[in-house]
Design a protein around this ligand. Sequence first.
Ligand SMILES: C[S@@+](CC[C@H](N)C(=O)[O-])C[C@H]1O[C@@H](n2cnc3c(N)ncnc32)[C@H](O)[C@@H]1O
Length: 326
Amino acid sequence: MGSNDVMAPLAAVPVFLDLRTASANPADELRASLAADAPFIAPKFFYDALGSRLFEAICELPEYPLTRAERRLFERHGDEIATRAGIDRPLVDLGAGNCAKAEQLFGVLAPSQYVAVDIAADFLRERLGELALRHPGLPVVGLAQDFTAALALPDVVQPGPRTVFYPGSSIGNFAPPAALAFLERTREACGRGGCLVLGADLVRDKRALDLAYDDPLGVTAAFNLNVLRNVNRCIDADFDVADWRHVAFFDSVTARIEMHVEARCDVAVRWNGGGRRFRATDRIHTENSYKYTLPGLRALLQRAGFGDTKVWTDEEGGFAVAVAAV
Ligand SMILES: C[S@@+](CC[C@H](N)C(=O)[O-])C[C@H]1O[C@@H](n2cnc3c(N)ncnc32)[C@H](O)[C@@H]1O
């Protein structure tokens, strides 16, 4: 490099801990869920390198308004969110993904530390490196962790009161009893005087919900089917994506979106330690995404032990952001 060349800034390396193997054995979990009477793949397996990027693409789709609605709610109510949550506290982002939503709130929350938790270790590490460059004064911690197995915050995370951030309606991936248990653990992580900032998708028109999970470009279909490639890597399986199709629909009785992959023909699949035959039209359940009513959301937070709660909705009433105090 010549003396006049401009050096790119060195990436500030945030503290990054990979805690995934401490809490779960994904291969055993997959083998058991694929062998079950009603086979399923847990949604956390969507998020390999391609899956994480496909999720970012889904957020750009006109049929998937959740991300834009949440952004507008944070823009509009950021100051009040900060008044309720408090400033200068550790901000713990659960399922941080590309960290963009939390970063939007840095200006109002002025966090004392940013802690991003996600199962997608490589994607998180990459995005955190970029984020740390944009916020050189902010202590940044990355935790690669499966928070459905445990929500363990190591000592490097500043003590409470903390603001725990859980946007994107990821709470909807849990069936109601599991959502309650998860929120109880989250309340513990907040500590006394802390709070939860939660984003949730609300029950709305079935046609709109169906389209949000089955868009005409097929981006969500690619996201769903890509899970089979991740399974192939995790347990050395031989799923051929071409043998499967994407199925997604809103079920108004259970108030949830269901996503499945459905066999297009009879197929036999092998994996390390087992295998299974699927008949044409057999399905593997890949995701539930429960939608909430406002009273249902408030009741859930209350049952999980949260106190004073403020909820904002977007103009169409399809999305909610709640700030719930411990
Ligand atoms: C629907 S995306 C939401 C991303 C971002 N928070 C947003 O709202 O746009 C879910 C994120 O949670 C992560 N995730 C899913 N299951 C997880 C688990 N069991 N433990 C930790 N992270 C998980 C995924 O890797 C992904 O980044």
